[in-house]
Design a protein around this ligand. Structure first.
Ligand SMILES: Nc1nc2c(ncn2[C@@H]2O[C@H](COP(=O)(O)OP(=O)(O)OP(=O)(O)O)[C@@H](O)[C@H]2O)c(=O)[nH]1
Ligand SMILES: Nc1nc2c(ncn2[C@@H]2O[C@H](COP(=O)(O)OP(=O)(O)OP(=O)(O)O)[C@@H](O)[C@H]2O)c(=O)[nH]1
Ligand SMILES: [Mg+2]
Ligand SMILES: [Mg+2]
Lengths: 282, 292
């Protein structure tokens, strides 16, 4: 590989920058990370490329681990309602992630309810209901075309009255550049926030690992609209490295809480910093 | 925008005779950064910069336009030429039915795009959309609802059917009985790296040799676009690409990379969630968009 015993020459630094760029880290951040490594290598007098690997891996790992809650999954407690609001652009994996979380927490013996707050897309509620059957979890839904915020409101009322431990709110995919759709989402979030009382609210951006630099724009826009408490990096079983989460950590300190590793109910794991860095550099 | 940035870069060139390598290289650093930020594959960026350099260096600085405009024009033209400025229409089989196989990664927009294409063809043909995604929960239902909303004929699997080849078989039979002359097969999203699922597509191709194999790609796709498109192309011999979600603000550099890596033309742009949101791909507009 790149770190196996060549000379530390200008071509090495170029190739390292390319490894990062091809992993979707982004041109600007890749350049500054390579600069940071050059500086650190000088300070420590690292003479071989093998020596650089460990140094670089720890630089990257540190940048991620410094972000509070990086790699920490959502941990609902029995007796206190936790609301998990899933948001993101079209097709990123929100509904599937909702289903996986429902399966996981239901298996752990928690009382879970899901809200089918995607009232726009064809068969969105049907898709979530099938996950409801798989997990044995109740799904609160209304007809296609009804008010998304109303579904969230009803589901929260049901969760509170039935003493549920978790409410998972699935929302419609929306491009962050669409102002009216972001306003709709803010309304859903406002209602949940207003009605939640002592309940905790986690707002997770569901982000496809294959995304390029637009992933950063997504994170920025969704964050300024709703204040995100984390990212779920989906389709990480693909060959894409998801390097954009480094830029997201860098600019917004938003932690990655989970990775999606497939389409099945068990294909969700807490995000692992070491594994991510290793995969990025290979 | 690129032109404006080039104006300031080349401002000091006014009155000089030819564009020197040094001048052009300053501009190309800007282009490199811009293209990478637009998700153009870094290898494609390298190759592009070379050909732009080749065309720009040594050019006479013209009377009529500024050097900045000159170089910007060369850059736009290189990008547009690469993506192909000739519109590439959908192939129609000389011997009906035409069969279109829709393929791609999970969540890219295949199901929605299947109905968009069918709706576009409904004016001049009798299209039939076929639900061959037997995997994703409620995928068949999604296609059925979209087809009904767009008044496009629909064919789906028998309840509990697990074999896509049986659905393809049934669809061909149904189409001949109902005089459908275009059959659009919506398939399950899959990873290019999943050998078993890529083989499923190859088997579908053998069962119903397609007139078009269309790769549906999300316009927000990053550096992995080349690998994905090349893998699908190698395995299935793509005939076209549909770039979806271009109504967003992604610069869409994946378009360049895919065309360069596979030679497959980008035929359509998805520009919204509605089944009417489909445009013929415009390489010149795309070049402007990629360059920001
Ligand atoms: N390989 C893989 N596929 C995934 C993963 N997560 C979701 N998918 C697939 O991605 C596709 C889209 O998933 P959805 O859950 O429908 O995405 P969504 O964000 O709810 O989509 P919209 O509601 O339309 O915006 C489906 O085919 C899922 O099976 C993952 O971690 N790995
Ligand atoms: N804004 C926008 N959304 C789109 C476009 N095309 C598709 N979508 C949305 O993207 C999401 C995924 O679309 P699908 O058609 O379900 O994608 P798919 O490739 O069939 O997904 P899988 O079958 O799970 O692999 C849905 O929310 C669609 O409404 C587009 O051009 N613009
Ligand atoms: Mg969904
Ligand atoms: Mg589909």
């Amino acid at each position: 590989g790149l770190f196996s015993g060549g000379a530390i020459d200008p071509e090495f630094w170029d190739r390292l920058e390319e490894v990062l760029i091809s992993g979707d880290v982004g041109a600007a951040l890749s350049q500054s990370l390579v600069e940071q490594l050059k500086q650190a290598a000088r300070e420590r007098r690292v003479a071989t490329t093998e020596g650089l690997y460990g140094l670089f891996a720890s630089i990257l790992a540190q940048r991620l681990s410094e972000v509070p809650l990086m790699g920490r999954p959502v941990e609902p407690e029995k007796g206190v309602l936790t609301i998990v609001l899933l948001v993101g652009v079209n097709g990123s994996g929100k509904t599937t992630t909702a289903g996986k979380l429902a399966c996981k927490w239901a298996k752990e013996g928690l009382e879970v309810i899901m809200a089918a707050s995607d009232t726009f897309r064809a068969a969105a509620a049907e898709q979530l209901k099938i996950w409801g059957e798989r997990s044995g979890v109740r799904v609160v839904a209304q007809q296609q075309g009804s008010d998304a915020a109303a579904v969230a409101f009803d589901a929260l009322a049901a969760a509170r009255s039935s003493g549920a431990d978790v409410l998972i709110v699935d929302t419609a995919g929306r491009l962050h550049s669409k102002h009216n759709l972001m306003e709709e989402l803010k309304k859903i979030a406002r209602i949940l926030d207003r009605e939640r009382g002592e309940s905790k609210l986690e707002t997770l951006l569901v982000l496809d690992s294959v995304m390029g630099q637009n992933g950063l724009a997504q994170a920025k826009t969704f964050n300024s609209a709703l204040s995100l408490s984390g990212v779920v990096l989906t389709k990480y079983d693909n060959t894409a490295k998801g390097g954009i989460i480094l830029a997201i950590a860098d600019e917004m300190k938003t932690p990655v809480r989970y990775v999606g590793l497939g389409e099945g109910e068990d294909d969700l794991r807490p995000f692992d910093v070491e594994e991510f860095v290793r995969a990025l550099l290979e | 925008a690129l032109r404006e940035r080039f104006e300031s870069i080349f401002d000091r060139l006014k009155g000089r005779g030819k564009l020197t390598e040094a001048d052009v290289d300053v501009a190309l650093r800007d282009v490199r950064r811009s293209l990478l930020e637009a998700d153009v594959d870094y290898k494609v960026v390298k190759a592009l910069l070379e050909s732009i350099r080749g065309r720009a260096v040594g050019k006479d600085v013209l009377e009529s336009i500024t050097p900045g405009q000159q170089v910007a024009t060369i850059v736009y033209e290189e990008l547009a030429d690469l993506m192909g400025t000739e519109p590439s229409p959908l192939a129609i089989s000389p011997k009906p039915p035409s069969i279109y196989l829709m393929v791609g990664l999970q969540g890219g927009g295949k199901t929605t795009s299947t109905v968009k294409l069918a709706r576009r063809l409904a004016g001049s043909h009798r299209p039939l959309v076929v639900a061959c995604d037997l995997r994703r929960p409620a995928a068949v239902e999604q296609l059925k609802i979209l087809a009904a909303q767009s008044r496009v004929p629909f064919y789906g699997p028998e309840h509990g059917e697990k074999d896509v080849l049986r659905v393809v078989e049934g669809a061909l039979e149904y189409a001949s009985g109902h005089l459908n002359d275009v059959i659009l097969l919506d398939t399950a999203g899959r990873l290019h790296a999943d050998e078993e699922l890529m083989e499923e597509l190859a088997a579908m191709k053998r069962a119903a040799p397609p007139t078009e194999v269309l790769l549906v790609v999300d316009a927000m796709t990053g550096q992995e676009a080349v690998k994905v498109a090349s893998a699908f192309h190698e395995r299935l011999r793509l005939t076209g690409v549909l770039l979806s979600k271009l109504d967003g603000d992604a610069r869409g550099g994946a378009a360049l990379a895919i065309r360069k890596a596979t030679g497959v033309p980008i035929k359509f742009a998805g520009v919204g969630e509605g089944t009417d949101a489909l445009e013929v791909f415009d390489a010149r507009r795309m070049a402007q968009r990629i360059l920001g």
